[in-house]
Design a protein around this ligand. Structure first.
Ligand SMILES: NC(=O)C1=CN([C@@H]2O[C@H](COP(=O)(O)OP(=O)(O)OC[C@H]3O[C@@H](n4cnc5c(N)ncnc54)[C@H](O)[C@@H]3O)[C@@H](O)[C@H]2O)C=CC1
Ligand SMILES: O=C([O-])C1=[NH+]CCC1
Length: 324
């Protein structure tokens, strides 16, 4: 009898596209699931090595490989991200990603999922969780720096969880920023493009930074006394989005302390301490004063992809069970 191998199982593999994932995943289900996985992660219930990053220098690309096993949920997956900021010139997304979803008991590959929507949505869901625990409860003004995929998912996720009266947008390219404002104008009473980051953030209660900038775009001198920042970009040691003053003023909370200290250009360059992981706050181990300046440093961790992929599997993948 022929032994089942990955190759002769291929006909039974589920391929799950972005469009299916977009019509399947909702923030209503994803946010609590991400909250739980961040709590599991900080409670030591997740096996997750630091992701590997291969620079593809001639093409200004990076290939990330991220894997985790959530032991309390028994879910196993691996995500690849090809991060090529110049891809837009060829009409391609800057992040090309796939999630491989495994049967933990055998290691059999059950599904290959498009990773773009999973990445966009799980990152925004993690920021919603951080905002829930760290921002002032009466936050009314949201500011987003950037107008790409993450800016969009954050606008959608944050407004589906909190009520903002005003959203201020800044983007390096004004025309793209204005187009983005038009797309999200239904999300708040006022949605306005601002020509400078100072104008965009000076009244903000909650700020999102989601760009490819390599130099600071958010400056401490422009922040209110009480503000919460979700810092989503600058996920490699040579990139920065926040200046030293901003880092000095804020209490820094990360998704993963290990990832933050190894990967965050802002934390490494400013020699900033990480107060705790957001999971420590969820688990009731640390309390943070919401009326001070707080910064959630999101690097993106594999267990978030594992969690999102598991929701997709439970909702659309399971109908055709895969097994030997
Ligand atoms: N923390 C996490 O879990 C994740 C973080 N990211 C990071 O978030 C950031 C945004 O990602 P996407 O929205 O998917 O990318 P995107 O390609 O859709 O958008 C990129 C944005 O950055 C802006 N930008 C590009 N170069 C810039 C510069 N030099 N200065 C200022 N703005 C610049 C563009 O105008 C655009 O608004 C990237 O740094 C990305 O690597 C992405 C996925 C997950
Ligand atoms: O977690 C993630 O998917 C990523 N973080 C930075 C680039 C992609």
């Amino acid at each position: 009898m022929q032994e089942p191998t990955t190759f002769n199982m291929v006909s039974r593999l589920k391929l799950i596209s972005n469009s299916v994932i977009e019509s399947t995943l909702t923030y209503k289900e994803l946010v609590p699931a991400i909250e739980k996985c961040l709590a599991n992660f900080s409670a030591g219930k997740v096996v997750q090595p630091l992701r590997s990053v291969v620079p593809v220098e001639p093409h200004n690309g990076l290939l990330f490989s991220m894997c985790a096993h959530d032991t309390s949920e028994d879910v196993l997956a691996l995500k690849n991200v090809a991060l090529y900021p110049d891809n837009h010139k060829q009409g391609l997304s800057s992040h090309l990603t796939q999630v491989l979803y495994f049967q933990p008991s055998t290691g059999a590959l059950l599904a290959v999922m498009d990773g773009e929507s999973i990445t966009a949505m799980r990152t925004a869901a993690a920021s919603v969780v951080a905002t829930k625990y760290l921002a002032k409860e009466d936050s009314k003004v949201l500011s987003i720096l950037g107008a790409g995929v993450q800016a969009y998912s954050h606008a959608k996720a944050l407004t589906s969880s909190f009520k903002f009266d005003k959203i201020f947008i800044w983007n390096r390219t004004q025309s793209t920023g204005e187009k983005f404002c038009e797309e999200i104008k239904h999300l708040a009473k006022v949605v306005k493009f601002c020509p400078s980051t100072k104008e965009a953030v000076c009244d903000a209660d909650v700020i999102v930074t989601a760009t490819f900038s390599s130099t600071p775009i958010l400056h401490g001198q422009d922040l209110k006394e009480s503000v919460h920042i979700n810092s989503v970009g600058a996920c490699t040691p040579h990139l920065r989005e926040l200046d030293d003053r901003c880092m000095e003023l804020c209490a820094v909370i990360a998704d993963s302390r290990v990832s933050a200290l190894a990967e965050s250009g802002d934390i490494i360059s400013a020699k900033k301490e990480v107060l705790c992981e957001v999971g420590n706050i969820i688990n009731g181990e640390v309390e943070v004063n919401r009326t001070r300046r707080t910064l959630f440093k999101s690097l993106g961790i594999a267990v978030e992809d594992v969690t999102a992929a598991n929701l997709v599997w439970e909702k659309v993948g399971k109908q055709q069970p895969v097994g030997f």
